[in-house]
Write a protein that binds this ligand. Structure first.
Ligand code: NAD
Length: 354
């Protein structure tokens, strides 16, 4: 007997290549309010899962499921190495934030999130604003990144952690964490990239900046006396450090041989096109600071239960400590002759799988 329609060609959750023993995958629908969403809770060994909600016009529900499974797994690793008492989760709403978002849709989603109050905390991500998070928080208690929970805009903490990650990488690769006089190419000058540029400029680094959005580019050139390059050349300009702070998948078979920098360390998520590019960077003699370790400052801020001088200090200290975590990863990678991304994954597994 088969119950599967002939037209069915979608990998169901347990057989999906990105399924990694996720604890819960919740398909949420509310036809009246146009909601189709997936919430994936990967692992709660360390505590309730935390990870933002993304609204994106996915081409198919399979693409949305793939994103939710991958992103939620990544959050488990990120949160473990950031020293948070949180597991990993992520949610995706299948909708165009510019066309489909409505108060009713946000409320319908929040009602589903509320059902997971014991296991999942969500916050802003691509397509979901601080206002949306505030709106959800009126319905569900397990929303962060609001005026009552989290530290507001997480970007300053992400930039601070990335800055300390870059210093740790420089100490390992060049023998000194002093960035004065080093040439650093920053790709993407948005919320994080611009703030990172400020830290680096204040330390005396020479900046080469790029962005597809001209106002952001002009602002950085003026503020930091920087030179510019084309966004698609940011990885291959003559420099010591390449800091990707725009979109993911920029480290791939085409770009890695073109990179002249000896370090890649930036805030962008999912920088490697695939896991094999971790090893490709090592073979090219480039020190890679694993992205989810380097950019954890944001979730550290979101994980704070309230916004007080103490929690702001705690988030600052934890963001600075990202440098020390990376130092350990670099040392282990060198001692075992393994790629840094693989070592980070192993260290995270040692923490959350205990
Ligand atoms: P943002 O949208 O504020 O900034 C992104 C910038 O990149 C924009 O200025 C955009 O014009 C530019 N850009 C887009 N495509 C580009 C390209 N091809 N070349 C050059 N520039 C390009 O985003 P953000 O909050 O600064 O986040 C940057 C990256 O860091 C993202 O990958 C994000 O997922 C990651 N990240 C952000 C946080 C956070 O706290 N905001 C936390 C963790 C990770």
């Amino acid at each position: 007997m088969t119950l599967i329609p002939e037209t069915f060609d979608m990998a169901v959750t347990f057989d999906h290549p990105e399924f990694d023993d996720h604890e819960q995958v919740l398909f949420c629908a509310d036809k009246k309010n146009g909601l189709k969403a997936i919430i994936a809770v990967h692992n709660t060994n360390l505590g309730p899962a935390i990870g933002g909600c993304r609204m994106w016009p996915y081409d198919s529900s399979l693409e949305a499921l793939t994103d939710a499974l991958r992103l939620s797994r990544g959050m488990t690793y990120k949160n473990a190495l950031a020293g948070l008492a949180h597991g990993g989760g992520k949610s995706v709403i299948i909708a165009d934030p510019h066309k489909d978002k409505s108060p009713q849709l946000i409320e319908a989603f929040a009602r589903h999130v509320k059902c997971l109050a014991e296991t999942y905390i969500t916050a802003e991500d691509v397509g979901i604003t601080a206002q949306d998070a505030e709106h959800m928080a009126q319905i569900a208690p397990n929303i962060s990144g609001t005026s009552n929970r989290g530290l507001g805009d997480p970007s300053p903490y992400t930039a601070l952690g990335t800055y300390h990650g870059i210093k740790a990488a420089a100490a390992h690769q060049f023998g000194t964490s002093d960035l004065k006089g080093l040439r650093i190419s920053i790709q993407g000058l948005g919320n994080v990239g611009f703030r990172l540029a400020k830290h680096l400029h204040e330390e005396g680094a020479i900046l080469i900046v790029s962005d597809v959005h001209k106002p952001n580019l002009d602002k950085a050139i003026n503020a930091f006396d920087a030179t510019m390059c084309a966004p698609d050349q940011a990885h291959e300009v003559e420099c010591d450090i390449f800091a990707p702070c725009a979109l993911g998948a920029g480290l791939n078979t085409r770009t890695i041989p073109q990179i002249k920098a000896k370090i890649v360390a930036g805030a962008a998520n999912n920088q490697l096109l695939s896991a094999k590019h971790d090893a490709a960077l090592k073979e090219a003699g480039i020190l890679y600071a694993p992205d989810y370790v380097t950019n954890a400052g944001g979730v550290i801020a979101v994980a704070m239960a309230e916004n007080t001088p103490q929690t702001r200090q705690e988030a600052t200290d934890k963001s600075v400590a990202i440098g020390e975590t990376l130092r350990q990863i670099f040392q282990k990678a060198e001692a075992t002759n393994q790629p840094t991304g693989l070592i980070a994954d192993q260290m995270a597994q040692d923490i959350f799988a205990r």
